[in-house]
Design a protein around this ligand. Structure first.
Ligand code: 9UX
Length: 72
């Protein structure tokens, strides 16, 4: 089932970072679409809940040196 969630993202300082994070999210398993907002330091992700999780999305973002914050 597709869901769309918004998460804080830390570590982005320019438009290049936005492209990197957005591209990475779009290649993650189960992700249909994603968008990143530099001013808001956030990302929305539309993904299949049976194929990925917030923790999984966090891992792919962390793998390129940023962080996606998941509620505890
Ligand atoms: Mo911009 Mo982000 O030059 O790592 S791409 S700071």
């Amino acid at each position: 089932r597709l869901t769309r969630k918004t998460f804080p993202v830390t570590g982005m300082t320019c438009a290049g970072c936005v492209v990197s994070v957005e591209s990475m999210l779009k290649t993650a398993p189960g992700v249909k679409d994603a968008g990143v907002n530099l001013a808001n330091q956030s990302a929305w992700v539309e993904y299949d809940e049976e194929q990925n999780t917030p923790a999984g999305l966090q891992k792919v973002v962390q793998s390129i040196g940023y962080d996606l914050i998941v509620d505890a």
